[in-house]
Design a binder for this molecule. Sequence first.
Ligand SMILES: *[C@@H]1O[C@H](CO)[C@@H](O)[C@H](O)[C@H]1NC(C)=O
Length: 260
Amino acid sequence: MNVILTVLLLAIGMNVQTWAVSVVPTKPIVCGQCDPNKCSMTLDKECLAGLSLDVCGCCQVCAQRERELCDHPDVSSAKKYGSCGENLECRIRSGTKTHQEASCECTDQIELCGSDGKTYRNYCHLMESAKLAKAEQKSIIKVSKRKPCDSPPEITVPPVNVVNQTGSNVFLSCEVAGVPLPVVEWIYQATNGKTIVYPTDDDRISTLVRGGPNAHVLTSWLQIQALQSTDQGVYTCIATNALGKSEKTAYVKVESRHDL
Ligand SMILES: *[C@@H]1O[C@H](CO)[C@@H](O)[C@H](O)[C@H]1NC(C)=O
């Protein structure tokens, strides 16, 4: 009698084990018959991307989140990861030919402004934060508009001081971020108090603007060609948009050739 009971318990024990999502990479997963009563309880609020069924299609488990690996029919893998959660789709990542991977990507990739005033890279990112806020009993986060939140200019990479000799070419750069995209001006202040605002029609000192490296970021350069001693002074990068203004300065020191 005792022996039979032990064998039975062992059998149940083994069964329970097969239901636990296997994380052993090489061991193939053996799915027994599904008994929902044997599933451990997983609540939707515990899972940032919602619930999905485990790799055996039996118990509810946390779904894979954005950028987590997932099981794609065209990617052969000994390891099973599970399904993607809400608003996510399992897509093949560009990998090597021999080693491909698939990960969960958000089906709605538009940048959003949340009711908390923060910009989210996509809908899934916002929904994860919303779920977290709810779990922590903070104020709820909703989509306030389908574009990034407005933000005042911020100088993310300020210009740096330059020392160079007369006749050389000098670049000052200023990377700014903001929504709407700021307008950048440069102000030159000479030691004698004279000021000049660039851009001007001066063809020796010019400005150049380019968007990037990221969205809502632009880089402005002030180029001084054939540096003269009268170019010495303080140069200020000023970024302005509807929400405000930000500025950073750099010093240009000019050395005469015969000083060296
Ligand atoms: C100084 O001038 C030289 C020659 O024009 C240029 O190659 C170099 O990048 C300049 N250095 C700086 C720090 O601007």
